[in-house]
Design a binder for this molecule. Structure first.
Ligand code: PGA
Length: 258
């Protein structure tokens, strides 16, 4: 357990739709003002509403990702990028299709790399060469994971291949209709995430309430990977009321009114 020098800013909003609106506004604002030249992106159910709003803005011509470089947090191992359940397919479907982004500037870890150690080092090097991640978007797993950094992941971990927790595979079974969820994935490490200049973690729904309370109020420990954000000087959490249900009045009280 470590000291917690920082506390993420917390915003509690009524609904998942409000979380998506607020997050999309922050991201779009950062892109427009040049504060997010390099975006760290997440997949899963949580950011879908955000990507829908950003896609609408791009279709309307009020937002451009033309000058933006992106790095996704993670990718399943052992399935090709063009597999419909890959995170590359997810990103293409939910964000990049509506975007003027240069696809050569969109990056996800390679789940099929013949030399995964080398590929992971290359991914870290690409982030570095791009100037580092300006704004990293995160969800949170029910077990407190960020990216696919499952409980026990070191806070100084970097991009690497990892086994998925049984609870994570169960939570993501819906991504693989009629098939089985891969047992491994490639994920940015917690150290990679903490190197981002700014972090935005989104959580909605009652299933995230316990993980969010552990993250913000429990010990800062690898047993709750998301608690590592309390070591970061510029992290923000936007959640809905259901996800905030287990937070103490003191934590809730520190959140500005929506
Ligand atoms: P979810 O996943 O958005 O699908 O709930 C979040 C996560 O596991 O990080």
């Amino acid at each position: 357990m470590q000291d917690s020098p920082f506390q993420p800013r917390l915003m509690v909003l009524p609904t998942p739709g409000d979380v998506a609106q607020k997050a999309a506004a922050l991201i779009a604002g950062a892109v427009r003002t040049g504060r997010a030249r390099v975006l760290g992106l997440a997949t899963g159910r949580t950011p879908l509403g955000v990507y829908t709003i950003l896609s609408q803005e791009m279709r309307a011509g009020t937002l451009s990702l033309a000058g933006t470089t992106t790095f996704n947090l993670d990718e399943y191992a052992g399935i090709p990028a063009d597999h419909p359940s890959s995170y590359r397919s997810y990103m293409n479907r939910h964000l990049f299709a509506a975007s003027d982004i240069d696809m050569a500037r969109t990056h996800l870890p390679d789940g099929m790399a013949p030399d995964p150690v080398r590929a992971a080092a290359d991914y870290e090097a690409m982030i570095e060469t791009a100037g580092g991640i300006d704004l990293q978007i995160l969800g949170i797993g029910q077990n407190g994971h960020i990216g696919f950094n499952e409980p026990g992941s070191r806070f100084d971990s970097r991009t690497r291949i990892v086994p998925l927790a049984p609870s994570t595979r169960a939570a993501n079974a819906g991504d693989f209709p009629g098939g089985t969820v891969p047992e491994k994935a490639v994920t940015m490490g917690i150290g990679t995430i903490l190197a981002a200049k700014k972090i935005l973690l989104l959580a909605s729904g009652p299933a995230k309430a316990e993980a969010l309370a552990a993250m913000l109020e429990g010990p800062v420990t690898p047993a709750c990977p998301a608690s590592a954000l309390r070591l970061h000087p510029d992290a923000t959490v936007i959640c809905d009321t259901a996800a905030a249900a287990r937070l103490s009045p003191a934590t809730r009280g520190a959140a500005p009114a929506p």
